[in-house]
Design a binder for this molecule. Sequence first.
Ligand SMILES: [Zn+2]
Ligand SMILES: [Zn+2]
Length: 369
Amino acid sequence: MGEQVLAAVRTGAGTTELREYAVPDIPDDGALLEVEVAGICGTDVKMYAHPVVPGPVIMGHENVGVIAKAGRTFLERQGLVEGDRVFVEHYVPCRRCEWCHLGEYRHCEATDWRNNQDARRYGYTSADNEYHLWGGFAEYMYLPWNAVLHKVPEGVTAELAGLATPMSNGIEWALFDGGVGYASTVLIQGPGQQGLSQTVACKQAGASLIIVTGTTRDAARLELARALGADHVIDVQTEDPLERVLAITGGRGVDVVLDCTAGAGVAPVLLGIDALKRRGGTLLIQGELASFPDFPLKKLTEKGITMRSARGHSYRACELALAQLASGRFPLERLLTHGYNLHDVDLAVRTIAGETGEDAIHVSVLPQT
Ligand SMILES: [Zn+2]
Ligand SMILES: [Zn+2]
């Protein structure tokens, strides 16, 4: 470890600067993580274009690395030794509040950047705060006593472990929120890393029918969706998706619809409501739109639809995600399409945003390369 830590810092909207920070003195209950992989997702694209937290921010909230240096109390509390490879959740919870005691620390106010200006969350927290290294787009990241860590199973590479976040979201949203299980029928909209991870979660859980939608430029991704367990894929630009879903299900519709699209407006929600079965289906949504004109509320209530919001992942979902990755049962390594070093963080975000014209599914920043 040198004396300086190189970091790619977001200094304004759409602007990244390389900066060096002194290696912080860590307390007995803290540690430094040597960042091996920081995954990028659609949230990074939004936060890069429209920063939510003022000041310099080291982005990178899907982080995997090795415990490089740690205090004795930290290792004792976390049950780790130096050299262990861990997946770091981006939540940094208080561990005192009601949510934390329930194990639902993702809802803790101490990590809620929307409502708490002093919140700690990897990839969101200002680098002006003590210890500075609060994001994965850096050679090292600071881990306080309350960081939430998962030991990466033997045989899982750092890059593969970088898929723990989309995979854990897949398990959380499809299985825990959507209730997908044995013989469920599912429509997954969007074949990006999130939709593909949901496909794997649904297949593993025993879904009897998995339909994945995409656009014409998603052809390769839709093929990958098939390789990961989709029974049918639909190009929404050349086919009528509702007609296809009804034809495939013999007019019944599906039990669960998962929206994993980006920038598709109201269309996925409208299709979801129509594609769900006559009564009692579940629709998982992501709140991209500030408002929804002419929302078909009557249809929603008449069909008895349960609407769930996607809200990150729980501890158990992360553990199951890592076990899934370790099993090697699905060719998830095919999601790993692009890797960049710290000098190319701006390009990495623009690549996942689709600005470079490349078909990037999962983009990793690899700070040690
Ligand atoms: Zn993410
Ligand atoms: Zn808490």
